[in-house]
Design a protein around this ligand. Structure first.
Ligand code: MEV
Length: 306
């Protein structure tokens, strides 16, 4: 039996605007992950993914099922003949919560299949197949989730441009707080699109402002200016609220983090639920975590961005 995994991710800056060609900054989060175990089966390709209540033979899944698409794309790419398999998918990444659960399943599956069949596929190839599955999940994705997870490194991402990364002058602490509310990115992205189409001047302006915040944030990360970075996070959150993708639960957690000493806080990912992130000093990690839990966060994960 082989085991492979893929991490979760957070978007530090620029979600939603990234769909319109603005830059965004995202990092892998190793504290949560999807794990895939693959062994030889007896008949067909059997998939167990308890997190999404899936226990079925691949042939019975619709062609548009993201897991089916990924597995068939793997065989298509490598020209390996299908053999009976038993695939188990487990994950500590909450579903529909902005942490890249869908992309992590795709990447972990592709890593697992390439290990099982002892064939090398590149991160670019993994990324390309995972992007196709993201289109099923999210409709018109920017590609940032699959990219950050497939390449397992921080990205300064602009759709359809060569991948850029960045250096972190002063490592910084991020708390990731889960509202416990799942929300489909596809719906939030569609709603933002409707707003932009209805009133391009107003909503297009918010999208552009987010783009400017993201390029300033990159400079702050590279120069180690964490106070300014926090303030940019909060500005990014204001713009996201105008795009209608925050929610009362996110707002409560963001206000709680700020009241108890965070340098900045915002939602992360599609919004309307899912997770928010807060930039904190090392000395306030414990206090802010405790307050977030008291304010209703279902879980708080700490990660150091280096
Ligand atoms: C989802 O993690 C991020 C969004 O910007 C959608 C996308 O980039 O595809 C909301």
């Amino acid at each position: 039996m082989i085991t492979a995994s893929a991490s979760g991710k957070i978007i530090l800056f620029g979600e939603h605007a990234v769909v319109y060609g603005q830059p965004a900054i995202a990092v892998p989060v190793e504290q949560v992950a999807t794990t895939v175990q693959i062994e030889q089966g007896t008949k067909g390709i059997w998939i167990d993914a308890p997190g999404i209540s899936l226990s079925a033979d691949l042939s019975t899944l619709a062609a548009t099922h993201p897991i089916k698409k990924v597995i068939l794309d793997f065989f298509g790419l490598t020209n390996i003949p299908q053999t009976p398999l038993k695939i188990q998918v487990t994950s500590t990444i909450p579903i529909a919560s902005g942490l890249g659960s869908g992309a992590a399943v795709s990447v972990a599956l592709l890593r697992g299949l390439s290990l099982f069949y002892k064939i090398t596929i590149t991160a670019e190839q993994i990324n390309a197949i995972a992007f196709e599955a993201e289109k099923i999940h999210h409709g018109t994705p920017s590609g940032i989730d699959n990219t950050v997870i497939a390449f397992s490194r921080p990205v300064y991402y602009i759709k359809n441009q060569r991948l850029e990364t960045f250096t972190v002058r002063r490592p910084f602490h991020i708390l990731i707080a889960d509202t416990g509310i799942s929300a489909l990115t596809k719906v939030a992205v569609g709603d933002v699109r409707a707003l932009v189409e209805r009133d391009p001047l107003v909503y297009g302006n918010w999208i552009e402002q987010i783009g400017q915040i993201v390029s300033s944030a990159k400079m702050c990360i590279e120069n180690g200016e964490l106070i300014e970075l926090g303030s940019l996070m909060t500005q990014n959150q204001t713009a996201l609220s105008h795009l209608t993708v925050s929610s009362p639960e996110l707002d409560t957690l963001i206000t709680t983090a700020m009241t108890h000493g965070a340098l900045g806080a915002k939602l992360s990912g599609g919004g309307r639920g899912g997770n928010c992130i807060a930039l904190v000093d090392e000395s306030s990690i414990e206090k802010v975590t405790a307050e977030l839990l008291k304010a209703g966060a279902k879980n708080v994960v700490h990660t150091l961005i280096t």
